[in-house]
Design a protein around this ligand. Structure first.
Ligand code: FMN
Length: 192
C-alpha cells in the first residue's frame, strides 16, 4: 500500500465516444479529489493480443499486469456486450494473475444500451473474486447509454453521483485486505 493510495481505472470499450471511458474517468477524478493518485489505462493505446496461455508475455500484457499489481485500488468499467463483459476488458484481465490482483480493492461499473447491465456486473465481480480481489458491494449500473452521456460527460446527475461515490469508495477502502492486521481492527474483531 502506497502512502497515497494509487488507483488505476481500466475501461473495456475501445469506442472513441465510449460512455464507459467517461464514467471510469469520472470515478478516477472523484478518487483524485479524495486524495489518490490515479491513472486511466486506455486500452486503445495498449497492444493486447487475444490472450494465449502459450504466449503470456505477448505485447503489453506483462506491463499491464505490472500496473495492476502496483495499484492499491482499481476501477473496472465494462460495456455490456451480449449480456456479459466486453472482450477488451476480459482480455486485459486474462493477462493478470492472482499475484497481481489479490487483496486489491476493486470498484466495478457497467454500461448498457438497454436495461440494467446486471449480468455484466455479476460476471465482472465473479472474475475479480477469482483473482482474489475485493469487489466493493456498491456497484454502478448505467442503463440506456444513448441517453446517459452527452458531450463527453454523464448527463444524469444521479448516475454521476453514484459514479463519483464509487471513485471515493475505492480510495476509502484501498488496502482493505490488510486491515485485520491493524491492531485496532484486530481488537474490534476479537472484542479485546
Ligand atoms: C457487440 C455488442 C453487444 C452488445 N450487447 C448488448 C447487450 O447485450 N445488452 C445491452 O443492453 N446493450 C448491448 N450493447 C450496447 C452497448 O452496451 C452500449 O452501446 C454501450 O454504451 C457501449 O459502451 P460504450 O459507450 O462504453 O462503448 C452491445 C453493443 C455491442 C457493440
Amino acid at each position: 500500500m502506497h502512502d497515497t493510495p494509487h488507483v488505476i481505472g481500466i475501461s473495456g470499450s475501445l469506442r472513441d465516444d465510449s460512455g464507459t471511458r467517461i464514467a471510469v474517468q469520472r470515478a478516477l477524478d472523484a478518487g483524485a479529489d479524495a486524495g489518490a493518485t490515479t491513472e486511466h489505462i486506455d486500452l486503445r493505446a495498449w497492444d493486447l493480443p487475444l490472450f494465449d496461455p502459450d504466449a503470456i508475455d505477448a505485447g503489453d500484457g506483462p506491463e499491464l499486469a505490472a500496473r495492476v499489481r502496483e495499484a492499491d485500488a482499481i476501477v473496472l468499467g465494462t460495456p455490456m456486450y451480449h449480456g456479459t463483459i466486453a472482450s477488451p476488458l476480459k482480455t486485459a484481465l486474462d493477462y493478470c494473475s492472482i499475484d497481481d490482483v489479490e487483496g486489491t480493492t476493486v470498484g466495478v461499473l457497467a454500461v448498457a444500451g438497454g436495461g440494467f447491465p446486471t449480468p455484466a456486473l455479476e460476471h465482472l465481480r465473479a472474475s475479480v473474486l477469482e483473482l482474489k480481489g475485493w469487489p466493493l458491494p456498491r456497484e454502478v449500473a448505467i442503463p440506456d447509454s444513448w441517453a446517459a452521456f452527452e458531450d463527453g460527460s454523464i448527463a444524469d446527475e444521479d448516475i454521476a453521483e453514484r459514479v463519483e461515490k464509487l471513485g471515493v469508495d475505492v480510495v476509502a477502502y484501498a488496502g482493505v485486505a490488510a486491515r485485520p492486521n491493524d491492531t485496532e481492527q484486530s481488537e474490534l474483531m476479537t472484542g479485546d
